[in-house]
Design a protein around this ligand. Structure first.
Ligand SMILES: NC(=O)c1ccc[n+]([C@@H]2O[C@H](COP(=O)([O-])OP(=O)(O)OC[C@H]3O[C@@H](n4cnc5c(N)ncnc54)[C@H](O)[C@@H]3O)[C@@H](O)[C@H]2O)c1
Length: 388
């Protein structure tokens, strides 16, 4: 157990942020639904941003969105293409449902606009490849919206792995989920194939994958045995118990549970499971096994940077097995949602690289795509990610 007075050692850097406001970036928002609220809230804190336009397929939704957030003068469009054709934008946030991520991102990049694309990157590996090609041709920044990356606890996982304390990593178990928690707060865009494309994997599974794959440097996946099911979402009784229409069961067309056994380059096995609904509280903690030590990360959805409890390192000291508890770190910054947006803007202004690069997240997408395909085929498959 760490001593209280040792906690200072875990404090994050308190560097004062200096933002050049002489050049304002013109930003547009594509898709003005649930997550767009969090994007606009953070953009409003940025003195170097002008929110000039928004687009949504639902008539009047973009107008109501800007009104709700007190933004005057923003021009509204009925879809991404009409906005990108009419406006001279520096950057866009793409906050649409998963099925339109690829077309919106490709269109924006081809227009020479920097893109912050919500997670999951898209639905299929083929789409991810096309997005990466458009990014390469455009030379613009494309960052994917994984805000937990900016949380100090999540960063600590990577620091521990990179410190060598665990030795060589050979097995990882990750994932998580909910006993009851299929998201349908504002309609059915998360549960229908035509809008979401993937279910629990695209909603929360991609975070668990990013948490561990980022820590170990995103090795390439080689093969996957995947499984997915929909026993809860397809059951009308599930929805009536949730005070939702029983007809949601007919609309439900993605997975509410998925699992995968993924062989990664470097001899690492990744054992992954994710749930929106099941008869269990959690499918388990995340564990990272190495030749010198192991790390246990208590079960967490991690989307908001939260951790399920203090992490523990199991290792040997002077020949004896000991457990070192890592205190939960407080975020001394303006928060992971702020940092997701700020790091994207900084990369644009400094000519830097994407804070959450597509070269990594294409691997995350390839695993999700592989689980879907393997599950449908009923056997293990090879994962091949083409060179971009
Ligand atoms: N980072 C996070 O914490 C977080 C949280 C929730 C959702 N998300 C992600 O954000 C995305 C959106 O989720 P949501 O809950 O806001 O969905 P939502 O259904 O509430 O909103 C999506 C909006 O996009 C609009 N849209 C779709 N295609 C469009 C197009 N071509 N042009 C203009 N508008 C278009 C829809 O009309 C809809 O209003 C999803 O990919 C989801 O995975 C991320």
């Amino acid at each position: 157990m760490a001593e209280k007075n040792n906690l200072d050692a875990f404090k994050e850097d308190q560097t004062v942020e200096v933002i050049d406001t002489t050049k304002k970036l013109k930003v547009g928002i594509i898709g003005t639904g649930w997550i767009a609220d969090s994007h606009i809230a953070e953009y409003k804190k940025m003195d170097d941003v002008e929110l000039v336009a928004g687009a949504d397929l639902v008539p009047g939704k973009a107008e109501a969105f800007f009104k709700k957030h007190g933004i005057e003068g923003a021009r509204c469009y009925p879809d991404h293409a009409s906005m990108l054709d009419a406006e001279e934008l520096d950057a866009v946030s793409i906050c649409t449902y998963n099925r339109t991520h690829a077309e919106c991102a490709i269109y924006a990049l081809k227009k020479g606009v920097h893109v912050l694309l919500e997670k999951p990157m898209c639905v299929t590996l083929d789409e991810a490849v096309e997005i990466c090609k458009a990014e390469k041709e455009s030379g613009k920044i494309l960052s994917i919206g994984f805000q937990p990356r900016f949380d100090p606890n999540m960063k600590m996982i990577k620091k521990i792995v990179e410190s060598g304390e665990l030795g060589d990593i050979y097995y990882i178990q990750t994932g998580g989920g909910r006993r009851r928690g299929i998201p349908a707060p504002f309609g059915t865009t998360f549960i229908e194939d035509k809008t979401a494309g993937v279910g629990a994997m695209g909603d929360i599974g991609c975070y668990s994958l990013d948490m561990v794959l980022n820590a170990i440097g995103y090795p390439k996946p080689l093969t996957v045995t995947g499984y997915k099911s929909d026993f809860f979402g397809k059951n009308p009784a599930y929805w009536t118990a949730e005070n939702k229409p029983a007809a949601y069961a007919d609309l439900f067309s993605v997975e509410d549970f998925a699992a995968g056994f993924i062989r990664l380059e470097g001899g690492i096995m990744l054992d992954f499971r994710i749930s929106w609904a099941m008869h269990l509280d959690t499918p388990g903690d995340t564990v990272i096994l190495g030749t010198k030590g192991a790390l246990r990360i208590p079960s967490t959805e991690c989307w908001n940077g939260s951790v399920g409890g203090p992490m523990k390192i199991y290792h040997e000291v002077a020949g004896s097995g000991v457990v070192t508890e890592i205190p939960i770190l407080r975020d001394h910054s303006k928060g992971c949602f702020y940092n997701k947006i700020r790091s994207f803007l900084n990369a644009i202004k400094d000519g830097g690289t994407a804070p959450v690069p597509s070269s990594q997240i294409i691997i995350n997408q390839a695993i999700i795509d592989g689980i879907v395909k393997s599950s449908e085929l009923g056997h293990e498959i090879a994962i091949e990610i083409p060179e971009i």
